[in-house]
Write a protein that binds this ligand. Structure first.
Ligand code: ATP
Ligand code: MG
Length: 344
């Protein structure tokens, strides 16, 4: 770490305009279900763009976090496979990008212990994303969910990540990661850089019910779905009672979200799309978004079907990823223990 403060939230253009190769990206997803278009436009497309520009990219499949807000992890190996197939279909190249599961890299979790000592329960209690996830789960707040942001700090800092492409819900977690890095450095000497968040043009995609699209919420348009399922999901999407389509994200969030999805899928702007549809109303908007989305996802879906035929592709990718991430995290743990004088 050179001690220079970095901005805490960046755009892809800003990263590419500066010195992209100076970054190491760490990001990830929980294997709670197959990925959806919120992931694609929120973070996956950005990861692929960074990979294309030669930025070292590391992606964690956070399998130890699945039971943070539920009792039953379901078919974890099966879900991990779905998520990794989504990555590969979206364009993550396992030759260039490291993909690993939490459970394969123990050093990450050992790092969490000293990090926990650097935060207060009051700070953890204030995290708005944790509160929202707890509320959505309908369950009591588990200790694992409460400390989830610290675990995420361990993910990022274990590989010395400097950039985290993520959705808007992750910003409080990123802030805590920066706090942990800063406090660790102050207490034990300079070891960590404070990573920045990378937000896309779609940092909060809404689902068909008008709340954040989430794998666990039954409101998602899944990447792996077919054209019929995509059309059915969009037909049922919440809109409002106004006849004419306008782009007003604050006042009409559901309509603005459909306009954004249509625009991203078709490579145009939401405003332009709203002007075109106008008094065609919600039905015309949904038809447009469905056609654009089905066309946009067709190559990804075809690649996914092809990849899914290979029974070994996912295990091979994860084995290579675990080796690379394990090396980085083991080295970080050694550095941390030396800084804390915990070595013999
Ligand atoms: P779950 O409902 O199980 O929590 P999720 O859909 O929220 O699943 P996560 O694995 O929690 O997915 O999040 C992975 C990454 O995807 C994070 O960076 C998150 O910010 C981003 N992300 C998730 N949902 C959206 C969304 N609706 N819009 C934009 N980004 C999103
Ligand atoms: Mg989530």
């Amino acid at each position: 770490p050179d001690g220079r403060p970095r901005p805490d939230v960046l755009t892809l253009d800003e990263v590419l305009a500066a010195d992209p190769a100076a970054h190491r990206v760490l990001t990830g997803d929980r294997p709670t279900g197959p990925l959806h278009v919120g992931h694609l436009f929120g973070t996956l497309a950005t990861r692929v763009a960074l990979q294309r520009h030669g930025v070292e990219t590391i992606v964690v499949v956070a399998d130890y976090q699945v039971i943070a807000d539920r009792e039953d992890a379901g078919d974890l190996p099966g879900t991990i496979r779905e998520v990794v197939l989504d990555y590969l279909a979206a364009g993550l190249d396992p030759g260039a990008t490291t993909i690993f599961t939490h459970s394969a890299v123990p050093a990450v979790h050992q790092l969490m212990l000293p990090f926990l000592s650097l935060v207060s329960v009051a700070e953890l209690d204030r995290n708005p994303t944790v509160k929202a996830e707890q509320a959505a789960s309908g369950r009591a707040l588990s200790g694992l969910l409460l400390t989830y942001p610290v675990h995420q700090a361990a993910d990022v800092l274990s590989v010395h990540g400097t950039l985290v492409p993520c959705g808007r819900d992750q910003l409080p977690h990123l802030e805590l990661t920066r706090t942990i890095a800063r406090r660790f450095n102050r207490r034990y000497g300079p070891v960590f850089e404070e990573p920045g968040a990378l937000l896309s043009d779609a940092p909060l995609v809404l689902g068909t019910d008008g709340t954040k699209m989430g794998k666990s919420r039954g409101n998602a348009i899944e990447l792996r779905a077919d054209a019929d399922a995509t059309a059915a999901a969009l037909r049922g999407a919440r809109t409002d009672a106004e006849r004419v389509i306008t782009y007003e994200p604050e006042r009409r969030p559901e309509v603005a979200n459909l306009l954004l999805l249509g625009a991203l899928a078709a490579g145009r702007t939401p405003q332009d799309l709203a002007d075109e549809i106008g008094d065609g109303g919600a039905a015309a908007l949904k038809r447009y978004v469905t056609d654009a989305m089905v066309a946009h996802l067709a190559p990804l879906r075809a690649r996914r079907t092809e990849l899914a035929r290979d029974p070994d592709v996912v295990t091979d990718v994860l084995a290579r990823g675990a080796a690379r991430a394990g090396e980085l995290a083991d080295a970080t743990l050694r550095t941390v223990r030396a800084a804390m004088r915990q070595t013999a």
